[in-house]
Design a protein around this ligand. Structure first.
Ligand SMILES: C[S@@+](CC[C@H](N)C(=O)[O-])C[C@H]1O[C@@H](n2cnc3c(N)ncnc32)[C@H](O)[C@@H]1O
Length: 220
């Protein structure tokens, strides 16, 4: 997957990528409304950063990190347009970034985990743990196994709960892993020899795909 191509609309999707829903993922927006997040916040794999922008609008200091320069440019200009001086965006590889030791009280992963190659997970979890302050909260919204047809050759690295727990618990204290939904725009795959699973849609016509929401913290 070339992430920058996706944001520049050079493929593999027709038009903007399906995860760009123009607002934060509803599961994470609900946590925000419930007051679960504490500033400063790291938005890991922020993309167009609707989550960071919503948090910044509510007074949080937010740093978004993403591999894609196009996504970082879009997030930066959206923050400027909205007058949000407390949101900044950095192009970096989340699996080995440095420079923020012990800084963040909240780390949020809005559909990044399944976007990383499996052998990138450990570096990612170690790097965000280093960037987190003692007691920091960590939230991961990730596709569950079965979100995509088995026949699909290129797809996100969906997880089961044990796999997720095993990976994350090497660095973080896990508080909860529960079923959740990722909302995405429907994707047409012309002439595909399989059907996309018949998931429900939300009130805006987006598909509600099976996911896990993991909550953890940095022991200290
Ligand atoms: C499915 S998108 C989710 C974007 C955003 N968090 C959201 O909820 O809309 C996954 C994001 O992870 C980013 N990404 C993938 N690998 C990365 C890496 N190694 N370091 C930083 N960002 C990465 C991609 O560029 C992409 O923006």
């Amino acid at each position: 997957m070339d992430w920058d191509d996706a944001y520049r609309e050079q493929g593999p999707f027709t038009g903007p990528p399906p995860w760009n829903i123009g607002e934060p993922q509803p599961e994470l927006a609900a946590l925000h409304r419930a007051g679960k997040f504490r500033s400063d916040v790291l938005d890991a794999g922020c993309g167009h950063a609707e989550l960071s922008l919503a948090l910044a609008a509510d007074g949080y200091t937010v740093v978004g990190i993403d591999l894609s320069p196009t996504a970082i440019a879009a997030a930066t200009s959206a923050a400027q347009e909205r007058g949000l001086t407390n949101a900044s965006f950095v192009q970096a590889d989340i699996t080995d970034f440095t420079g923020y030791d012990d800084r963040f009280n909240t780390v949020i992963d809005s559909t990044l985990f399944h976007s990383l190659p499996v052998d990138g997970r450990d570096g990612y979890l170690r790097s965000v743990h280093r960037a987190a302050a003692l007691g920091a909260g960590f939230y991961i919204l990730v596709f569950a196994k079965g979100a995509f047809p088995a026949e699909l050759e290129t797809k996100p690295h969906e997880v089961d709960a044990d796999e997720l727990r095993d990976a994350v618990s090497k660095y973080w204290e896990i508080d909860e892993i529960r079923p959740a939904f990722i909302h995405a725009k429907p994707v047409e795959i012309p002439d595909a020899p399989f059907e996309m699973p018949p998931f429900e849609t939300d009130e805006k016509g987006r598909v509600k795909m099976p996911a896990f929401l993991l909550t953890a913290h940095k022991a200290g």
